[in-house]
Structures are given as C-alpha cells and as structure tokens.
Design a protein around this ligand. Structure first.
Ligand code: NDP
Length: 445
C-alpha cells in the first residue's frame, strides 16, 4: 500500500476497534488508491479519505417487541448514514443475528462506491438489526418491523435516506416497514423505501435486479475473452433473493447451474437447478434447501460442507461476506474456473481475491457486479417521483444498460491506470474519484 495512505489507514483502524469487516473493506479500497493520489494531490490535502471513512451519522437504537407468547424481546437497530455527496443515503437493511456495527459499516462503506458506479444520484448508507426473522411468525415479524420503524422513521425520507431490503429483509418486511412509516408520518411518501410491492409503488424487475445484474456484469467480463455464459458450468452460493435470480438469468443465457446452498448445506443438481421449484420452496413456503432436494428427487444434498467443493467454470457467490476463502479459491482454479461474479457483498476473502487475480480468472467484485439491485432501486425512486410505472421490458433494458455501463467504466478505469482487466482497481478508483470530486466541490462538510 502507498505509504501516504498507510498512515491514514492505521488511524482509521485504530479509531474503529473490533470492526473486522469494516477494516477489511477499507484496506481493500486503500490498496487501489495510491495511483489516484499521485494524479490528484488535492484529494490528500482536503483529507478526502479521512472524511470518507468517518460516517456522516451513525444511529443505534433499542427495538423492543413482544413475541407470540407475550414475552418481551429486545434487539438492536442500526442505520449508518455514510456519505451523501452524490444524493440521499441509499442502501439496504439486513436482519440477521450476526449484525453489529462493524458489518453495517463495511456494507455502508462499500455502498458509497457501488452507488457512485451506477451513475445514479444516490449516496451511501446501510442499516439493519441483529433480529433473526427465521422461525418467527408473520405476526412477530410485523411487530418487530413496526417497532424498528417507530425509531427509524425520524431519520429517513425521500430526500434524506432511502432504505431497501437485504439479507432477511424481503417484500414482507418492506411492506410492514412502509405501513408503519405511513401511519406515523401520515404521508404516502413512496420514495422513502424501495423494494415495495408492485401495487403500492414498487418497480418491476427490482426483485430480480441484483441476481440478473450480477449475471449481466459477468457476461460482459466473459465477452472480453470472446466467450459467454452459454455452456458454462455454474455454481451459485445461497438460495435467497440474489441467488435464485442469478440462477434464473444464467440459465436463460444457456448455462448449466448445477449447485446452490443455504447456511445448512448445499445441493448438487446435475440436471440443472429447477428454478420454479426453488422459488416455491424458498419464497412461498419459506422452506430450506433440504426440502427442495426432497421434493426434486435424484439430486445430492450435502449437510454442512461448502458448495465451493463443487467444480465450476463460473462461480457466483450470492450468500454472505467471507464465504469463499483462499483454499476454496485455489481448488476452484485448479479445476478450471474461468470467472467469478460476486452477487453478495465481499463474499471472497482477500486471500481468495489474490488467488483469482494471480490465476488470471475474471473477477467482478461485489461493489460493481451486484450494483444492479441498488440501481433498480434508483429506477423505482424515479418512477415514484414521476408517479409512473414502467413495463418489465423497459426496466430490464435500463438495468442491462446500467450494468454494461458499470462494466465498461471499471474496465476503462483499470486500463487508464495501467492494469487492464483488474476490475477491483477499476471499481475502487472509478467510484472513489466521482465521490471525491463531489466532496471537494461541496467544501469542508
Ligand atoms: P436473502 O436473505 O434473500 O438470502 C441470503 C442467502 O444467503 C440465504 O440462502 C442464506 O441462507 C444465505 N446466508 C446468509 N447468511 C449466511 C451465513 N452467515 N452463512 C451461510 N449462508 C448464509 O439475502 P439476499 O439474497 O438479499 O442477499 C444475499 C447477498 O447479496 C448479501 O451479501 C447481500 O449483502 C447481497 N446483496 C443483496 C442485494 C439485494 O438486492 N437483495 C443487493 C446487493 C447485494 P439461510 O437461509 O440458511 O440463512
């Protein structure tokens, strides 16, 4: 790392103790930024990096609610409003027992660059709770969401901060959150949340957008090597929103998607994952992958273990952070891996990224490859602002344009800085320069 940036990084790490995921995200970005500061000493002078690493606002709050047996439960809620240089804070809410400030900050920090890369006017933020929706009834989830919003509502708004879904937060949760926001404020402010239902301000393609976008980005990477998804053997991790839609899109482009996972195990389905059945089991019945395996028949279900033991030419990690380590990456590379598109945020460890890059594997980092979700959220905001709703075809066309644009911007930036094909460098520098320029223009804020 550049010596000037090393000192800034040390201070950031010291000021944020015990936040391993945030440290990881900061170090990864700093490692790309040396050459930018050679060309733009004004960024150093204005302490852009120091300011960028300090969220504009961090909100932590108590979320009390009662479970179905009438017992009081307490969770912790978070919203980190990281950077508003380009627009209102924008980023999802994660409900998962592992959530703490370090995870919310890593996600919020990544979101700044991701949102800048989309070319849309949105700043970076993220939030969530250590609430675990798994195994909770609809009534419990509703009471939790209502309590969560009873605090959050005062911090968000169409022009301030616009949350969306993420791990553990899907259409059901967004519905309960929106209902409570509307009730408290007495305003039908559609643009305050994205991922809404179609009949009440949602956008077609938003549910599919992150998974579809990841595949479109990966297809563009493959194109630079004169190939495509057609005939590839694909493994996807996760079986949630992003994973299911990545499977569907990859299959529509001619790939054989042979495996996916959840936190309990993975399934190998050599005939190709049956997306309709997977959707029914996961999205309608809220079941487990094991249920898919039982209903599908003729497939292998592995309890525990790692889905990255399954050979693939294209890997799409779509579950969670640090799920793919150096050893798994080396195994995949030995067995013929050609490309990785990150649907999840930071799913590959730093060791894994190094293995992919040294082996010349095409590697699309999450902040670029999974930006289709937030980009389509911005399209939802556009539709809300103009009281309009677009067709599926038009919205998907816009998503495709945006993903191809992100790919090309990352590729061009990597080339400009002397490292063609390095999408990590391209994404970090491309996102950073845009935000840094805006921050400089807006003075010391
Ligand atoms: P979902 O909750 O719909 O699905 C998450 C999937 O990942 C589930 O299969 C879940 O398994 C698995 N998973 C979650 N946590 C873990 C864990 N600690 N270990 C192993 N498996 C785990 O979430 P999404 O699909 O929305 O999000 C997936 C990833 O994509 C996240 O990294 C998120 O940050 C990223 N992302 C999502 C966007 C969106 O629009 N939704 C936008 C951009 C990025 P189980 O059911 O067993 O918990």
């Amino acid at each position: 790392m550049d010596a000037r940036l090393e000192a800034i990084k040390d201070t950031v790490l010291m000021r944020n103790p015990g936040e391993a995921e945030f440290h990881q995200a900061v170090v990864e970005v700093f490692e790309s930024l040396g050459p930018v500061h050679d060309r733009h000493p004004e960024f150093l002078e204005a302490a852009i990096l120091e300011r960028l690493c300090e969220p504009e606002r961090q909100i932590i709050f108590r979320v009390p609610w009662t479970d179905d047996s009438g017992r009081v439960q307490i969770n912790r809620g978070f919203r980190v409003e990281f950077n508003s240089a380009l627009g209102p804070y924008k980023g999802g809410l994660r409900f998962h027992p592992s959530v703490y400030l370090g995870i919310v900050k890593f996600l919020g920090f990544e979101q700044i660059f991701k949102n800048a890369l989309t070319g849309m006017p949105i700043g970076g933020g993220k939030g969530g709770s250590d609430f675990d929706p798994r195994g909770r009834s609809d009534a419990e989830v509703m009471r939790f969401c209502q309590s969560f919003m009873t605090e959050l509502y005062r911090h968000i708004g169409e022009y301030t901060d616009v949350p969306a879904g993420e791990i553990g937060v899907g259409g059901r949760e967004i519905g309960y959150l929106f209902g409570q926001y509307k009730r408290i404020t007495n305003r039908y402010e559609s643009g305050v949340l994205t991922g809404k239902g179609i009949s009440w301000g949602g956008s077609l393609v938003r549910p599919e957008a992150t998974g579809f976008g990841t595949v479109i980005f990966t297809q563009e990477m493959l194109r630079t090597r004169g190939t495509s998804f057609d005939g590839q053997r694909v493994v996807v991790s996760g079986s949630g929103n992003v994973a299911i839609n990545a499977v569907a899109k990859a299959q529509s482009l001619g790939a054989a998607v042979v495996a996916c996972s959840d936190s309990s195990g993975y399934v190998v389905d050599e005939a190709g994952i049956d997306v309709a059945l997977l959707r029914e089991v996961k999205e309608v019945q809220r079941g487990r992958l094991k249920d898919y395996a039982e209903r599908r028949g003729g497939v292998t279900y592995v309890d525990g273990g790692s889905v990255w033991d399954v050979d693939a030419t294209v890997a799409l990690p779509c579950a969670t952070q640090n799920e793919l380590d150096g050893a798994a990456a080396a195994r995949l590379v030995r067995n013929g891996l050609v490309a990785v598109g990150e649907g999840a945020n930071m799913p590959s460890t730093r060791d894994a990224v190094a293995v992919f890059q040294e082996a010349g594997v095409l590697f699309g980092p999450g902040k670029a490859a999974n930006a289709g979700g937030v980009a389509t959220s911005a399209l939802e905001m556009q539709q809300n602002a103009s009281r309009d709703s677009w067709s599926f075809e038009h919205t998907e066309e816009r998503l495709t344009e945006i993903m191809v644009g992100i790919h090309d911007r990352c590729a061009a930036t990597a080339e400009e800085y002397g490292e063609p094909g390095n999408y990590v460098l391209g994404a970090n520098i491309g996102g950073f320069v845009k935000v840094a320029d805006a921050m400089l223009a807006q003075g010391l804020i």
